[in-house]
Design a protein around this ligand. Structure first.
Ligand code: PEP
Length: 251
């Protein structure tokens, strides 16, 4: 049985005060957080305050990116050591906004995954196709190629530690989610692909999320799908009420 995992990607939102208020107001439901992993990924600037507020709650802290070196002359970047220091246990990697706006490619994301794993951070690796690619019937080719590139040279023991988020780009921030059946179809493909590459046992261990306009009113149908183990939430994770109701809908 794979434990569900719900992650909040705040992107470039929230001042320190806003982040602190969210963390202070988020319900302290220890029993619930035993059943479902809940990860909050604030911007770098708020990791410390949110991390302090979450201590002892059972909620987990994640970052939205890292630079794949321990330290050095990399102006403006943040290392996995720094994230560990702040109490992070997860890190989102390969988000489509970074791929598209900041031109990150699979090779660079692969370096980041290796660097995260080296320091005991669990990568949440995002993959997904554009609307044009979907219309051209390229969804599986795109996701397969992203997985091949991002997971290059990784042993199956490492791959089994990852969380993968299938995030069709056309569904991110648009209010239009993939139907639960469509999301399940691609996620089942991703699991088959992982089984082909790393064996069935490894593929069965890996948690695969769906991301793209998840809301309180679509979480239950998504979570009913056999291969969907959780969700990565952008917009609806910014308010305590909507994010908590998504968490409740996951169990
Ligand atoms: C995301 O950015 O990872 C995301 C899924 O955003 P939204 O929920 O707003 O579509």
């Amino acid at each position: 049985m794979r434990k569900p995992i719900i992650a909040a990607n705040w992107k470039m939102h929230k001042t320190l005060r806003e982040a602190e208020n969210f963390a202070a107001q988020f319900p302290a439901e220890q029993d619930l957080y035993q059943q479902v992993d809940v990860v909050i990924c604030p911007p770098f600037t708020a990791l410390q305050v949110v991390g302090e507020a979450l201590r002892g709650t059972g909620l987990k802290l994640g970052a939205q990116n890292l630079y794949p070196r321990d330290q050095g002359a990399f102006t403006g970047e943040i290392s996995p050591l720094m994230l560990k220091d702040l109490g992070c246990s997860y890190v989102i990697l390969g988000h489509s906004e970074r791929r598209q706006i900041l031109q990150e490619d699979n090779k660079f994301i692969n370096e980041k995954i290796k660097s995260a794993l080296k320091h005991g951070l669990t990568p949440i690796l995002c993959v997904g196709e554009t609307l044009k690619e979907r219309k051209e019937g390229q969804t599986e080719t795109i996701c397969g190629n992203q997985l091949l590139g991002c997971l290059a040279d990784l042993e199956k023991e490492d791959v089994s530690k990852l969380v993968i988020a299938y995030e069709p780009i056309w569904a991110i921030g648009t209010g239009v989610n993939a139907s639960p059946e469509d999301a399940e179809k691609t996620i089942a493909f991703i699991r088959d692909f992982l089984a082909w590459q790393y064996g069935l046992e490894t593929a069965e261990q890996i948690r695969i999320q769906y991301g793209g306009s998840v809301k309180p009113d679509n979480i239950k149908e998504l979570m009913k799908q056999k291969n969907i183990d959780g969700v990565l939430v952008g917009g609806a994770s910014l308010e305590v009420e909507s994010f908590f109701s998504i968490v409740q809908g996951a169990v």
